[in-house]
Design a protein around this ligand. Sequence first.
Ligand code: ACO
Length: 376
Amino acid sequence: MSIASKGLEGVVAAETKMSFIDGEKGVLEYVGIAIDDLARNSTFEETVYLLWNKRLPTKGELERFEADLRSRYAMPAGLEKLITSLPKSATPMHMLRTMVSALGMFDPSPDKNDVVSARDKALSILAQTPAIVAGFDRYRRGLSLVEPKPNLTFAQNFLYLLNGEMPTETMARAFDVCMILHADHGLNNSTFTARVVISTLSDMYSALTAAIGSLRGPLHGGANEGVMVMLGEIPSVQAAEQYVLDKLAKKDKIPGFGHRVYKAYDPRATFLKTLAKQLAADTGNQALYEKSHRIEEVMDKAVAAKGIYPNVDFYSATTYHSIGLKLDLFTPMFALSRIGGWAGHVIEQLEGNRLYRPDAEYIGPHDAKYVPIGQR
Ligand code: ACO
């Protein structure tokens, strides 16, 4: 019987004051505030302030934080050159991972890990990644890059940089809400990755680069793209049931369902479901929402008893599609938001660091003899 904890399920590997999850009850709080409350009333900028400072800002503090963030929206000129020299066939998550790593080389002191410097770097990365993602997308479409506008919110700025025109209030708010919902989530795989990397006292860029690499996997943030692919494979609402049952019979996983921690409905999915429904109706994407809803009904009957419900990725697919985002930008959207969470965790780790160095259970042979190569 192995003593290894496969997948580290149930292992508590860090302390955090950022987010709290009760997977049995379907509760998520950021610094004690229910996610639903934040999604209804806050903004992404205020949420990041909350996560990094463990309290809500005053009006003046928020204004200063927003102004500081906005003053950093433009990416370094050298990075723009780098982006426009990349293969247009690159996928945006590979591009983003590489460009966040490259940002470190434009920083004259990338290795400074005192908390003030770490926050400063985090703010710049958070501010510049929208220009990086939108800039690459425009470049690969053969369009010129757009200059960021420092009078725009984080959400408005990203959609403006992507489309070259101001988003409607509804679209900007929907995007803002998505950013709030994805910002932090306990010690998920990518956050753990970021904390493991910074625990060697490496640097913010390395920690976030590694986290982006983790996030893109189909078992983690990459699932939102998997959901969209699945919706494309299902020709009609009527066909959804058979599609799902066939997959389950083959023991295939349905993307956007199940979670290591939630054994109840993911509260982010509850909010996103309502948002997806409304946006789909506004943008003529009802069929997409209806297919999603049908999949959920079938899954509910088939596997809800095992604690498998929609997770954050399921309805974010319809939401992002209705906002007008291309499929391969879905996971980068998750990353833009989660940079807030990852950076907050990196700072927490730096504040009370101890090197992560778990053990492995050795299950290979002992007392083996070296056989010279000519005798093998
Ligand atoms: N569809 C069908 N069955 C599922 C699903 C699913 N999406 N997820 C879990 N199950 C079943 C498994 O087949 C297994 O059943 P069994 O006990 O009969 O063998 C049981 O539920 C437990 O599943 P595990 O994979 O062992 O659970 P784990 O906690 O390791 O995995 C994970 C969690 C990776 C999220 C899993 O549910 C999954 O692969 N989901 C699909 C991908 C996805 O949506 N990922 C995004 C998660 S949210 C996020 O990271 C942002």
